[in-house]
Design a protein around this ligand. Structure first.
Ligand SMILES: [Zn+2]
Length: 483
């Protein structure tokens, strides 16, 4: 069979080569080259669906105007958007000019002008003693329990806020003055500003200034609420408002900030389980109570993080299907955002497939299968998620982006369903078996059923008191009529 196919494959090779872009710039960034070669142009019409954003596509500042436009166009043909990364300090003027240059091209091509503000949001804690905690002897001290960063005192940031705000405002104003409409601004602002986990609570109790500002400092729930309120206020005043004041329809958000059901079901790379703090146990996982900070940020876009964090696999020994260990937790995380976010707020989700942030020297765990990952992406779309932001190290890029594009491409045929349909299920089965998600339009439901067990027969789902039956159909979407 292989021999019979070989001539066909060889014959196909020149065709593929001919489809390789003729004018590929010699100085194309490596990540862009990888994506262009890993993906074919979309066959389905994208309509007004947003592109997929890939965080490894960095700035295109090394490219001429013509080459930058070629690159943006070729990526968009494959469903991939370009993000301009804002910079500050010595690079700010050049950064603003570059942001406007790329924004103009995107606007001219009818694409969303997308930017990332991480570079201008860091750092509120500026490493000077003025932003440090202070102990009983009057000595400044830092909290280094967040991946070694120098985290300071949350009650010192009033003087830093105008500095950060000015950087954001400079960009937002430059776009406005140039007549370029900012469409989406995201950020990956994490280890900085007020936090409640790791040693944050213990260090605040040691700090004279924190104790003065926190009369209920011994109450963790009150401490968490205050830290999240302070954090949300910084994001609102220094980031969201300076942008929305100049670009009212812009989608603004930050990594890991999204409406929630009062719980967080995952740990970031700089966090670890703390059994001494409030939690709810689920197999070996400890879920944490979470303050609903999204609404105080004034963000117009929700940004959950659905990653294959290394610790997930070991946390769910109760599932004999290795894929369901990953899938269960990731669906829990995605469902939390989906069910908690009202329809007027789109959801842009950071996704990642290869096992994420394994500790050095830790034993390998079975990788989530690509099939389970693409199924998960489908269930996210059918539970209210709108846009994918793919994050991945560059050595994983080609495989990762191909999986995301596969689901995205297929989903373009169902854009009306996804845009106007109402999710029918937010159930996350605590036993491995069938998982069902869908969206309803009138009497019809677009459904995906993914099976992690041996259930062969149909599963009955109830929506608004009306029942419908979902047959097993591996890897397929089904359009069913409600009784
Ligand atoms: Zn303090």
């Amino acid at each position: 069979m292989l021999h019979r196919l070989l001539p066909i494959l060889l014959a196909a090779a020149p065709v593929l080569a001919a489809e390789t872009p003729m004018h590929e710039p010699a100085n194309l960034p490596d990540a862009v080259r990888t994506i262009l070669h890993a993906l074919q142009p979309l066959k389905n019409d994208r309509g007004s669906r947003e592109l997929v954003y890939q965080y490894s596509v960095g700035n295109l500042s090394g490219l001429s105007d013509a080459d930058a436009e070629w690159t943006i166009r070729e990526l968009a043909a494959r469903g991939i958007g370009v993000i301009t990364f804002w910079q500050h300090g010595a690079n700010q003027d050049a950064g603003v000019a570059e942001a406007i240059r790329i924004g103009r091209i995107q606007q001219r091509l009818g694409l969303t002008v997308a930017a990332d503000a991480s570079g201008v949001l860091y750092r509120f804690y500026d490493d000077t003693p003025a932003t440090a905690h202070v102990d009983d002897e009057g000595n400044p001290f830092w909290d280094t329990s967040f991946a070694g960063s120098k985290m300071g005192c949350p009650f010192t940031l009033d003087r830093r806020a105008p500095v950060i705000l000015a950087r954001v405002a400079a960009y937002a104003e430059a776009y406005r003055a140039a007549g370029v409409n900012l469409g989406i601004v995201t950020a990956d602002w994490e280890v900085d500003g007020p936090h409640e986990w790791n040693d944050a609570w213990a260090n605040s109790k040691r700090c004279v200034r924190c104790r003065e500002n926190l009369p209920n400092i011994d109450d963790f729930t009150a401490f968490q609420a205050r830290m999240r309120q302070l954090r949300a206020a910084l994001l609102r005043e220094c980031y969201a408002e300076p942008i929305l004041g100049r670009h009212p329809s812009c989608l603004v958000t930050n990594y890991a900030v999204y409406p929630n059901d009062g719980w967080r079901y995952w740990y970031d790379y700089f966090e670890h389980p703390q059994p001494e703090l409030p939690h709810a146990q689920d197999q070996h996982d400890l879920h944490r109570p979470w303050y609903n900070d999204f609404w105080e940020t004034r963000f117009t876009l929700a940004m959950p993080v659905v990653y294959t964090w290394y610790s997930i696999y070991a946390a769910y020994p109760g599932f004999s299907n290795p894929d369901y260990r990953w899938f269960y937790n990731m669906l829990l995380v995605g469902t939390n955002a989906g069910k908690s976010t009202p329809s007027g707020i789109p959801i842009a989700t950071f996704v990642h497939w290869h096992t994420t942030a394994p500790p050095q020297g830790a034993p390998e765990v079975p990788q989530m299968s690509g099939q389970a990952y693409t199924e998960l992406l489908w269930h996210l779309l059918l539970r209210g998620h709108d846009i994918f932001y793919s994050w991945t190290p560059t050595d994983e890029l080609a495989e990762e982006i191909a999986l995301v594009q596969k689901v995205y491409e297929e989903s373009l045929a169902y854009s009306d369903w996804l845009r106007h349909g109402t999710p029918v299920s937010f159930d996350v089965p605590r036993e491995q078996g069938p998982v069902i998600s869908g969206v309803r339009l009138g009497d019809r439901v677009l459904v995906r059923r993914t099976d992690f067990g041996d259930t062969r027969g149909p599963v009955t789902i109830s929506v608004d008191g009306r029942e419908f039956s979902v047959p097993r159909a591996p890897g397929a979407l089904q359009v069913l009529r409600m009784n």
